[in-house]
Ligand binder design. Structure first.
Ligand SMILES: *[C@@H]1O[C@H](CO)[C@@H](O)[C@H](O)[C@H]1NC(C)=O
Ligand SMILES: *[C@@H]1O[C@H](CO)[C@@H](O)[C@H](O)[C@H]1NC(C)=O
Length: 355
């Protein structure tokens, strides 16, 4: 398996790896905030949050009656606010009428604890418990639809997304993972909380599907329900979380779902972007490997919406360059993501990409 990837140069130290995690994130959506219908709000405190995970919520001006919820988990060195502005989910929330909740790391390095026994144990505490409690809070306070809660994240947030699916599978209807490691792969051998694990990061941890599945099931002993369908994205040129982690993530979830990690039922080339291969292992698992892409794979918002069961973007609203406003105009004023309605003059507003 290892030979499939160009051998990246190992980052020489933990500090360097952390710096890389913190810095290499493209703010593709930086024009987003000004165009939104609402703002990011902090929830002062929620029950069952032992590590004091910061809780932030974006509620669009108009939400559907029983709104779905997306939990969007930031990368190392990030914050709820950084991921709010650095990811497209709030924009999609305006479009579809769902709620986005952004946890904010309580740890000094602003990474997530995916290494402690507590965080890797159902109702055991740790950051994962605080994030799980955000879901309960949303259901109790925002009348959220408990059958339509989704989880996604980038880098450290991607690691945590895998952890949430393993430790709290009953909460989520689907998940999307951008450049992470398998749940349990960062498990610390010295009981470390939010500890870095170089052997996992550098792709030296390899287990069989059966071993990974047993490790996942041990995080929630006695659970007999289903696990959330999951999409795993990874770049072949990732030198922070080596692409071997992609293979291990696929093995992990294939083991859970009873699929063959070596035999996808279908491979679609150049999907969703040129150079990306989408491998479908069964209805609950897809792996998207991006040729030449480093850490991290850019969020594919449209793909996430489809994976999360929303009507495909582009089927309603105004397309790029279409009119979305102006004196005398009576058509739709909503642009299909990722386009924004920009006022060009009193008589003409047009759906354009962000400048
Ligand atoms: C890193 O994780 C692996 C399991 O994935 C474990 O065997 C190893 O001991 C861990 N290393 C440290 C330093 O905790
Ligand atoms: C995608 O599949 C094609 C055909 O098998 C292969 O040549 C290419 O290397 C694959 N790319 C990735 C990123 O796996």
């Amino acid at each position: 398996m290892r030979a499939r990837f160009p051998e990246p140069t190992a980052t020489s130290s933990t500090a360097m790896a952390r710096t890389l995690l913190a810095s290499i994130f493209l703010l593709l959506w930086s024009g987003l905030v000004a165009a939104l219908t609402s703002t990011l709000v902090q929830v002062p405190s929620i029950p069952n949050n032992p590590t004091n995970v910061g809780v932030f919520v974006y509620t669009p001006t108009t939400v559907v009656e029983k709104p779905p919820v997306i939990i969007a988990i930031h990368y190392c060195g990030g914050t709820a606010d950084a991921y709010f502005t650095g990811s497209p989910y709030a924009l999609y929330a305006d479009y579809y009428g769902f709620i986005v909740m952004y946890p904010s790391s309580p740890n000094a390095d602003l990474c997530w604890d995916v290494s402690s026994v507590a965080t890797l144990t159902h109702n055991g505490g740790g950051d994962s418990f605080g994030i799980a409690s955000m879901v309960a809070y949303a259901i109790a306070n925002y009348n959220a639809d408990p059958t339509r809660v989704y989880v996604t994240g980038t880098s450290s947030g991607a690691m945590m997304t895998n952890v949430m699916c393993a430790v709290y599978p009953e909460l989520f209807a689907a998940a999307s993972v951008y450049s992470g490691v398998p749940a349990g792969c960062f498990m610390s051998n010295f009981g470390g909380v939010d500890a870095w694990n170089s052997s996992c990061a550098e792709g030296q941890v390899s287990q069989t599907s059966a071993q990974w599945a047993a490790q996942v099931r041990a995080m929630f002993p006695g659970y007999t329900g289903t696990y959330p369908p999951i999409q795993e994205y990874h770049g072949t040129a990732d030198t922070t979380l080596f692409p071997e982690n992609f293979v291990e993530e696929i093995k992990e979830w294939a083991g859970i779902f009873g699929y063959d990690a070596d035999a996808p039922t279908q491979v679609i080339e150049n999907d969703p972007l040129p150079g990306y291969n989408k491998s479908i292992y069964g209805p609950s698992l897809q792996g998207i490997l991006a040729q030449g892409v480093g850490h991290t794979v850019p969020i594919q918002g449209d793909q996430d919406m489809i994976w999360f069961g929303f009507e495909a973007p582009g089927t309603t609203g105004v397309a790029e360059f279409g009119q979305c406003g102006g004196i005398g105009y009576t058509g739709s004023t909503f642009c299909m993501p990722p386009y924004f309605c920009e006022v060009l003059n009193d008589f003409f507003s047009q759906c354009l990409t962000m400048s």
